[in-house]
Design a protein around this ligand. Structure first.
Ligand code: GDG
Length: 491
């Protein structure tokens, strides 16, 4: 079983003479001013949830966009701050972007073009040349900061996600001694979908600057190799999962990401969680009711309207459950400057209104709308209070909400309803699988979850817990480091 100490030792043994740099758009700790005081929060993001425990264990520097309104006040003269605030274990180096840069690179090309392009969830990508130019310029800015951090040292640079596709090539050209790997946190689509991107060649060449490129699933690796094959002059070796371009080799591998099972499971047992559960039970009037929950970054890929429609159908088809089940939908608004995200927020609001209006009684509302961000304590208490959780993504690289729910369920007495279109569905095959597009089946799955005998619930949850415990986030990181060392140093 991989642990925090195990990954620390591995990195120390195999890469001890290298600096460890993680580079991402999203920063793991955001400082903001709230009523005059500075507060520090972790953003609701799967990427930071997964990477923070690794950095805490291994130390090093995490380079990311400083997005908080008190971020500048909290760094030193070289834009660095030690994090986490209560137990400083690594350095956060912040990169500053102007509003225009954030607009073109983050809201524009990253989230209005690449995100819908890769998820194929019936939201059309928007390609604008000006946004692409800003995206390129911001990738160059990140490259400068990485090179400055590295100086003359040996370094392992671990790039994250789709915001930084051009960075690996820029780094490799500027400093051939760097070891560069990238993890792609979202799906990679098939070549037919990807080919609509006007800058597909630049993106692929940028990514082939990596020595190692990781995806969650082998299916995404295959899609990537097919895309390369159709798009650029690269030699694709499907047996070895390698691509060679301009004499340089990139290995393509699946590494299913995960959570710190031990930590989540331990926090779930905390006494303060019990107190928070009691508070929520009272304020949300949950006593003697079945509780379902959904927790998401509000995003059109997460299938939130589809889930709400299934709740509506459930109440319509199984009237005996009226007054007896509440569904808590918590969500953190994200990327609100992108029009598609504003639309999804409005759609969720009006669906919740409509369903509650249709079914509510004097003392019961079927859907409780808790807009986040919620504190980690409240999130944990909600997981514990829930009899079932619903993850209904239309398409999702992995989905850590599902794995966190499993890791929190130490009493094994809970059911997970999981979309078959998440990466997590490959590992969590004991979940009740749902197709979020099939509303009637989805509603029937909710009934199945509520009526599943205790022994069956426990059997399924026990098996899922064993899977997440073994394939924890430390294993994910250890597999990447081990592969990198094998590729670079032959073992
Ligand atoms: C991308 C990929 C992949 C949510 N609301 C609150 C809150 N959260 C936390 C959850 C979880 C995280 O946010 C969301 O993680 P996901 O993995 O579900 O989703 P994405 O952010 O879309 O992540 C995804 C991931 O990268 C990692 O590779 O799994 O497929 O899309 O940790 O608990 N946390 C708090 N308050 C909230 O209101 N504190």
């Amino acid at each position: 079983m991989w642990t925090r100490d195990g990954i620390r030792q591995l990195v120390w043994d195999r890469l001890g003479d290298h600096l460890l740099l993680v580079v991402s758009n999203r920063e793991p700790y955001v400082h903001s001013r709230v009523s005059g005081a500075i507060q520090c929060d972790m953003p609701p993001s799967g990427l930071t949830t997964a990477l923070d425990p690794i950095m805490r264990a291994c130390g090093g520097t995490w380079i990311a966009h400083g997005s908080g309104n008190a971020d500048r006040e909290t760094v030193d003269e070289s834009d660095r701050v030690q994090v986490p605030p209560d137990d400083p274990s690594y350095t956060l180096r912040r990169v500053w972007l102007t509003k225009e840069e954030e607009d073109g690179y983050y809201y524009g090309f990253s989230n209005d073009a690449l995100w819908p392009l890769c998820h194929i969830a019936y939201t059309r990508p928007t390609f604008k040349e000006a946004e692409w130019n800003t995206y390129r310029a911001v990738n160059e800015r990140f490259a400068q900061v990485v090179l400055e951090e590295v100086g003359d040292s040996k370094a392992f640079v671990f790039v994250q996600d789709y915001h930084l596709t051009l960075l690996p090539r820029l780094l490799r050209e500027a400093n051939p001694n760097l070891i560069i790997a990238q993890f792609w946190h979202i799906p990679w689509p098939n070549p037919e979908a990807f080919r609509v991107c006007p800058w597909q060649e630049d993106i692929l060449k940028g990514l082939l600057g990596n020595h190692l490129l990781g995806f969650h699933l082998r299916y995404h690796c295959n899609n990537f190799l097919d895309t390369l094959d159709r798009t650029i002059e690269a030699r694709v070796d499907r047996d070895r999962y390698e691509a060679t371009h301009g004499g340089e080799k990139t290995a393509i591998r699946p590494f299913p990401i995960s959570v710190d099972f031990e930590d989540v499971s331990r926090r779930a047992r905390g006494a303060e969680v019990e107190a928070e559960m009691a508070r929520l039970t009272k304020s949300l009037e949950l006593k003697d009711r079945f509780v379902g929950m959904g927790l998401d970054r509000i995003d059109y890929t997460k299938g939130i309207p589809d889930r709400l429609r299934a709740v509506e159908r459930f109440l319509e088809r199984y009237p005996d459950y009226r007054n007896r089940v509440v569904f808590i939908q918590t969500g953190v608004p994200s990327r609100v400057h992108v029009p598609a995200y504003r639309r999804i927020n409005d759609e969720i609001d009006s669906l919740i209104d409509k369903i509650n209006w249709k079914y509510e009684s004097d003392r019961w509302k079927p859907i409780i709308d808790l807009r986040g961000p919620l504190s980690p304590l409240t999130v944990m208490a909600l997981r514990r209070l829930a009899d079932f959780a619903v993850v209904s993504s239309l398409h999702d690289g992995m989905n850590l909400v599902a794995k966190e729910f499993v890791a929190s369920a130490f009493d094994e007495d809970k059911v997970l309803l999981l979309s078959q279109f998440t990466g997590a569905a490959r590992e969590l095959s004991d979940a009740v699988m749902v197709n979020p597009y099939a509303t009637d089946h989805f509603a029937a799955a909710m009934k199945e979850a509520l009526e599943m005998p205790l022994a069956e619930r426990q059997r399924r949850m026990r098996r899922m817990r064993a899977v997440v415990e073994e394939n924890n986030v430390y294993k994910w990181a250890a597999d990447i480091v081990t592969e990198m060392v094998k590729l670079e140093f032959g073992g």
